[in-house]
Design a protein around this ligand. Structure first.
Ligand code: DX5
Ligand code: ZN
Length: 226
């Protein structure tokens, strides 16, 4: 399995494919990378942990074949992430984030070990109502912390600014090489607050795929603050 290393340092912008055109997914997502996207954020939903259903390993396998050089960041919004991490890595995922809420911190630590053993990197995710304290005791077990800025399940929702306090708590505790990702409602109006609080990976769906291709590069530039 030829895993990709995380893209370069600095603030990374991750187009969320949930907002892409699923009927032309490879073309639409490739365009978002050509427009400056650093990696692709792939939202997996099981209709149980979140009230929506999206995609499985077969889609990631096809996307990997179409985009062999893309860094694929898979976000598991599922009740049983331990059952799906392996198949998504096998399909081509370079990174797998999963939620602490359905399985608890001890199981998350074990799952992160397994994900790393498979050659991918592992991210722990907390929903807006979940306090940062739910993951602070074991931050070193993960390569990334993902702080949700919307309640998961759908793109196009409004950013929840209260979650920024959790970012300010977590960011100083991370070691070099660990990343802090924010996901949900990231747009030109909210990206700077996320960066200033300490996020260095910004997921954006509607703020990128909701734009005509010609406007995406400028939008990604603005989100990155470059
Ligand atoms: C929500 C997903 C997000 C979402 C982002 O459950 O995890 O990645 O697709 O979409 P926007 O950027 O439109 O909020
Ligand atoms: Zn996501």
């Amino acid at each position: 399995m030829n895993m990709h290393k995380w893209p370069n340092e600095g603030v990374l912008v991750a187009p969320s494919i949930l907002a892409a055109d699923f009927a032309h997914l490879a073309e639409d997502t490739e365009e978002s990378l050509k427009a400056g996207g650093d990696l692709l954020h792939i939202d997996v939903m099981d209709g149980h942990f979140v009230p929506n259903l999206t995609l499985g390993p077969a889609l990631v396998k096809s996307l990997r074949a179409a985009l062999p050089d893309a860094f694929l960041d898979v976000h598991l919004m599922v009740q049983d992430p331990a059952s799906f991490a392996g198949p998504f890595i096998e399909a081509g995922a370079d990174h797998v984030s999963f939620h602490v809420e359905p399985i608890g911190l001890d199981a998350c630590i074990a799952l992160a070990e397994r994900i790393r053993a498979l050659g991918a990197t592992a991210g722990i995710t907390i929903n807006p109502p979940t306090p940062a304290e739910a993951i602070l005791p074991a931050l070193e077990a993960f390569d990334l912390a993902l702080v949700m800025s919307v309640n998961p399940g759908f793109g196009g929702q409004a950013f929840i600014p209260q979650v920024l306090d959790k970012v300010r708590t977590i960011a100083p505790l991370l070691c070099p090489g660990q990343r802090l990702e924010m996901d949900g409602g990231i747009a030109p109006a909210t990206a700077q607050a996320a960066r200033d609080a300490g996020c260095d990976v910004l997921v954006a769906g509607s703020a990128i795929f909701g734009l005509p291709q010609a406007d995406r590069a400028a939008a990604i530039h603005t989100l990155r603050g470059s």
